[in-house]
Design a protein around this ligand. Structure first.
Ligand code: GLU
Length: 433
């Protein structure tokens, strides 16, 4: 998979705020809605642990390169720390802190017994040979050591990592255990291949969850998804799965863009053919089944549903005014800047927030973890059924609280649902000692 290249400094939002500052702004809006105490605000405003590891790896030319890896553990109040590991040259502490906090809110919102964490290594995995990449992943796992664990902190795939990376992590961790423990630690990571203990439906889970949340929204606002037009930014795991599932539901994908190009076709781009094209070439650029357009023109393509499924800070004050959609569905984490969100609100474009719509990945990760714990294999229908049930409950909770609190922002309502759950548990457990 080719990794989108983020221009230098673009983790900064329109106002120059860091991504973690954006995450805190969102958190504080939700906290205001439920009158979260100052004590809980300051506890949840920082991750519990920030782990940085620098580790050397031998390259095939005989030299050694030192890599910097991160694991940020934001909260374990509701369960073990949980979240992906991102392999991308722009990974830094600020980004991973924001992503880790979003994991806490996602799990709380979906009412699954996990906390929030995120990790990453700042490098371009496409710049390495497969055996070099394997050594990087294994050495990173070794460097994290007992900072991760099957009931303590459970990594998963994210941008730039995949099921193979998870298998290497699992195998490395397992080999560091005593012989009698080895079979018992498969759930140290989720998002593994099916053959090594992964769950049916995990690969497409985030995209599947995006579509379940869209169905819930469509039902609420009385919109017909069959025949709807969709544009998607990013065609990696999440964007491509979302496109294929939307197409199966009768929607038309009218524009797709990625780091190297963009295509559009008002009659619809075949998501399955585009998936094959991207699998071979690493980008949508040059795809013959649509018109090539300038990436800058992508946001202005008329579509009922706009789905950012790539990096953060993509919908900005600069392009939010061009979007002609009924709804923006945040399949990516943090794709909308604070300023863009205000513009979209003024223009009465609905935003389905990331912590709700892209939570399908971590929900099916929870199912994988449960299956590993009980040495079971569920079937795909069961996984999809339980995923839909979990996400629709979360969607119901957001809509109900939005109406109860009389707010318009679904993001603010989603934070309020998540934070209320944490508030209740803190209230009962208290703060040690
Ligand atoms: N990386 C995904 C996310 O951002 C999945 C995390 C997981 O499954 O733990 O939600």
């Amino acid at each position: 998979m080719t990794i989108p290249v983020r221009p230098e400094g673009s983790t900064m939002s329109d106002s120059g705020n860091s991504l973690f500052a954006t995450a805190l702004d969102q958190f504080n809006r939700g906290a205001d809605l439920i009158d979260l105490s100052d004590d809980l605000r300051s506890i949840l405003s920082q991750p519990k642990n920030e782990i940085i590891v620098n580790f050397p790896v031998r390259l095939n030319n005989g030299s050694y390169r030192v890599f910097r890896g991160y694991r940020i553990q934001h909260s374990n109040l509701l369960g073990p720390y949980k979240g992906g590991v991102r392999f991308h040259p722009m990974v830094d502490l600020d980004e991973v802190k924001a992503l880790a906090s979003w994991m806490t809110w996602k799990s709380a919102l979906c009412d699954i017994p996990f906390g929030g964490a995120k990790g990453g290594i700042s490098f371009d995995p496409n710049g390495l040979e497969p055996d070099e990449l394997e050594r990087v992943v294994r050495r990173f796992t070794h460097a994290l050591g007992s900072n991760i664990g099957p009931d303590h902190d459970i990594p998963a795939p994210d941008l730039g990592s995949n099921s193979q990376s998870m298998v290497w992590m699992m195998d490395t961790y397992s080999n560091s255990m005593g012989a009698t423990e080895r079979q018992n630690v498969k759930r140290i990571v989720t998002g593994k291949t099916l053959e090594t203990g992964g769950s049916p439906g995990r690969e497409k889970a985030t995209g599947q969850g995006v579509v379940f949340c869209l169905q819930h929204w469509a039902d609420e606002v009385d919109f017909d998804l069959a025949g709807a037009t969709v544009s998607i930014q990013g065609f990696g795991n999440v964007g491509s799965a979302t496109a294929r599932i939307m197409q199966v539901h009768g929607a038309r994908v009218v524009a797709v863009s990625d780091h190297a190009g963009a295509v559009a076709d008002e009659d619809g781009i075949d998501a399955f053919e585009l998936t094959d094209w991207v699998r071979e070439r690493g980008t949508v650029a040059g795809f013959p089944g649509g018109m090539w357009i300038e990436p800058d023109d992508f946001w202005a393509v008329p579509a009922d549903i706009v789905i950012p499924a790539a990096l953060e800070n993509q919908i900005t004050a600069g392009n939010a005014g061009q979007i002609q959609a009924k709804v923006i569905v945040e399949a990516a984490n943090g794709p909308t800047t604070l300023q863009a969100e205000k513009i979209l609100a003024q223009r009465e474009i609905d935003v389905l927030p990331d912590i709700l719509v892209n939570a399908g990945g971590v929900v099916v990760s929870y199912f994988e973890w449960l299956q590993n714990r009980s040495a079971q294999r569920w079937n795909l229908d069961d996984v999809d059924f339980k995923l839909r049930e979990t996400l629709w409950k979360a969607c119901d909770a957001v809509v109900d609280l939005r109406d109860e609190l009389d707010v318009t922002s679904r993001r603010d309502a989603a934070y309020a649902v998540a934070l209320r759950r944490l508030q209740v548990v803190y209230g009962q457990r208290g703060i040690f000692p």
